[in-house]
Structures are given as C-alpha cells and as structure tokens.
Design a protein around this ligand. Structure first.
Ligand code: PLP
Length: 416
C-alpha cells in the first residue's frame, strides 16, 4: 500500500476507495476499541457533517463538546494556515512567543494565574493529580506516599491507567489492573459524603461541575460552593475538571463561574483545540503550579507553537462570538423544544447551556439504539450510560438547525 500511495494523489485516492475496501482496512488493521455508527463521514462545515455519499447530518454531539466552534471555523483555520507557515514544533527545551501569549490569554480566560500546557484531556487530569500530590507533600506536609484524592462515583476523567483505576464504570476498568492507589470514591452531589472521608492525608477533591459522560448529571445549585468551603476548611485543593463543561459550554466561560468561586486547579481541553487538534492544560494558582519545577513533568508536544496559536484563537473566537451567552440562550431553547416532544418514552431531560442529555425509559430501548435510528433521520449523536443520549452540538448551531434537529429527533424517538 505504501508503495502504491507514493505515486498517488492522496485526496483522490481516499475519495475513490469503496466502502468494502475501507471496511476491510478497519476490520484488519484498526483495534476495535470503538463501535462507530455505520456512517462514513467525509466532510463537515459549521454544525453539519456530510457522508461519502454526500448525505447531510446535523451534528448534535459536536465531538463530545470538543467542536464548540463548529467544523472548520474560519478564523481558527486562518490562524492555523498562518502558523504552519511559520513554526509548528520545537520542543520545550527552547521558548517561543506563542507559548508566552497562550499562557497569558488562557490564565486570563480561566480566571487563574498559571498554565501548564498538555495535549489530551486525560493528560491534563493526570498532570493535575501529580500537582496535587506534590502540593500535598511539599506544602501540606502529608507523609510520603500517603496522599489521597477524593473522586466521584460515575466520574469521567479519561482513559489512562491511573484514571480508569478510580472509575466506577466496569467496562473502563476490566482487565487493566493493577491500579494506582490513593483515591477515595464518594457519591457525586452530596457534600456530606465528601466530609465523611476527609482525613489528614487528603490533598484534593477532584470533580466535574456537571458529570457529562456519566449521563449529564447536574448537581444542586451551590454544590461547588459547598465543596469550595469544605476544601478551605480542611486545607484541601479543589480540582475542577472542566474539559467538557468549560469553554462556554454551560453558558459561562467555565461552569465554576456560575457559583462565584475559584478552583485551585482547573483542567481545560476539548474545545480549547478549536476542533483542530488536542490542546489541553492545567490552570491554577501561582503558588501551586510553581511547585512544578524543571524536570518534574513534561511533554514533547504539550504547548507546541501550533497548539498555542490554536488555543489563543479558540479563546478569541469564544469572545468575539460570545459563544458562552449563545450556549445559554440556545441551551434553554433546546431544552424547551425537547420538552415539547412530550413522549412517554422520555424519562428525563437534563442539562445546562448546550450540555444536554435525554434519558429514555429503559423498557423502550437503549441510547445506542436511538442513536442508530437517528442516523437514518440525519442526526448524529451518541449514547452515554445505556439509556441517555447526549446533545452537545457546536455552540454556533443556528436556531433553525436546533428546530430541524429536534424535529428529526422526535421522528427517531417515535420509531424506537
Ligand atoms: C470531563 C472530562 N475529562 C477528561 C476527558 C478526557 O479527555 P481526552 O479524551 O481528551 O483524554 C473527558 C473526555 O470526554 C471529559 O469529558
């Protein structure tokens, strides 16, 4: 194949492969850790995707909140083109203006002081765990190797071995042990549950403001404030994972801003990459992130010039288009339209901003089954937690597209 490709023009070659040829490549060479919907996507623009037969779909999942700016955002693409003609990768053993500016812009946007750039979301969470442990030993003076972090049942923070080690989802864990010790699980949304497990070795509480992958669970108003108070009273760091809820998704730049508090550490990813490439970071208070001295942590690609340029432009686009406000207004509208469906098959509609989930009564089928049916009607979404389908479209989705998407959703649901 490589020899054959050397003499071909790749675009043409890709476009002329038959479904059979593509399926053979996948079944023989691609590890089956995903079970994709049966659709071959060829292109995307705004809130739409098109398959290889030119059929149009409304993108109701927006790559699990990573495509908040929509497919092929013009400003971000322009920035990418300029940056790739200038500098893309150097390694962190040198320094470049893009990294300085990215740190400043991201710190300002998150409301925190310092930034430690990474690539994927899981890497950012791993980094936050390392920072919290280091703070525990260096500042809180926890006995060496005894640090504990309180985490939530039904959490989702990524797929590394440490992170899946404290997941409560059996399919994420099965066959991957032994796992990293030092995590205590408690029920999400109940402050007393956290209180019960705090001890002298507790260095941090790690949580998502809204559990997205866990089924779109929104805690009571004031929960984050309660966690903040508890952390302050017990000299514990509050780590918020806003990889999914951040970058405008819930109607504010970050979901913590709904409660007028500040976390000590914040993980950001997904939409920070502008729908182009993985860009993530841990942001935090200066006295905490300053503990990450030279040699303590690193990444070949983390904070590379192209990623920084994209990260900056992603934030600027959020601000230019006021995408957080758009998310709030469109999210309220979407929930109203979904509630109007008024189907006996719907158990609950949950969400905040454009992070929404529709839970189906289990006697009617699974979220996966519904997602497959919806494909026929030209809507792409994804199940989460057996009976819930998530609706997290690009924040630039139009009201007409929401109307059309909900209309198609209704048809799909009636077929379930
Ligand atoms: C809250 C949260 N944290 C972490 C991650 C992991 O991000 P990534 O897939 O980029 O590693 C996700 C991904 O869905 C997420 O939703």
């Amino acid at each position: 194949m490589i020899k054959e490709l050397l003499n071909k023009e790749l675009d043409n070659f890709l476009d002329n492969l038959s479904k059979k040829e593509l399926e053979d490549m996948v079944s023989l060479h691609l590890a089956p850790n995903y079970e994709p919907l049966p659709v071959w996507i060829k292109s995307g623009k705004g809130s739409k995707m098109y398959d290889i037969d030119e059929r149009e779909y409304i993108d109701f999942i927006g790559c699990y909140s990573a495509l908040s700016h929509g497919h092929l955002n013009e400003k971000i693409i322009e920035r990418v083109i300029k940056q790739i003609q200038r500098l893309t990768l150097t390694g962190r053993h040198v320094i470049y203006p893009e990294l300085a500016l990215f740190s400043k812009v991201l710190a300002e946007y998150t409301g925190l002081e310092m930034v430690l750039p990474m690539n994927s979301g899981a890497e950012a969470v791993e980094t936050a765990i390392k920072v919290a442990r280091r703070w525990g030993y260096m500042v809180k003076k926890v006995e060496q190797d005894k640090a504990e972090i309180i985490v939530m049942e039904r959490n989702f923070h990524g797929r590394t071995t440490t992170i899946v080690g404290f997941s409560t989802e059996e399919t994420y864990r099965k066959g991957f042990g032994p796992f990293t010790p030092g995590f205590k699980l408690v029920k999400f949304g109940d402050i007393n549950e956290i209180k019960k497990v705090i001890n002298k070795n507790t260095v941090a509480v790690l949580l998502e403001p809204i559990q997205a992958e866990g089924g779109v669970h929104v805690p009571y108003d004031g929960y984050l404030k309660d966690v903040r108070r508890l952390c302050d009273e017990n000299d514990i760091l509050m780590i918020l994972d806003e990889i999914q809820t951040g970058m405008g998704r819930t109607g504010k730049p970050f979901a913590y801003m709904w409660e007028n508090i500040k976390p000590d550490l914040l993980t950001v990813g997904k939409a920070l990459g502008g729908g182009i490439m993985p860009v993530s970071a841990v942001c935090g208070k200066r006295e905490i992130l300053s503990l990450m001295t030279p040699g303590s942590h690193g990444s070949t690609f983390g904070g590379n010039p192209l990623a920084c340029a994209i990260g900056i432009e992603s934030i600027l686009e959020m601000e230019r288009k006021k995408l957080d406000k758009e998310a709030k207004e469109k999210g309220d509208y979407l929930i109203k339209k979904l509630k109007e469906i008024d189907s006996p098959k719907i158990k609950e509609i949950r969400g905040k901003g454009l992070l929404t989930g529709v839970e189906i009564k289990k006697e009617f089928g699974t979220g996966k089954k519904l997602a497959k049916i919806l494909l026929k009607y030209g809507v792409i979404t994804k199940e989460t937690h057996l009976t819930t389908v998530r609706i997290t479209p690009p924040l630039i989705i139009s009201y007409e597209e929401i109307d059309e998407g909900v209309e198609r959703f209704k048809k799909g649901l009636s077929e379930l």
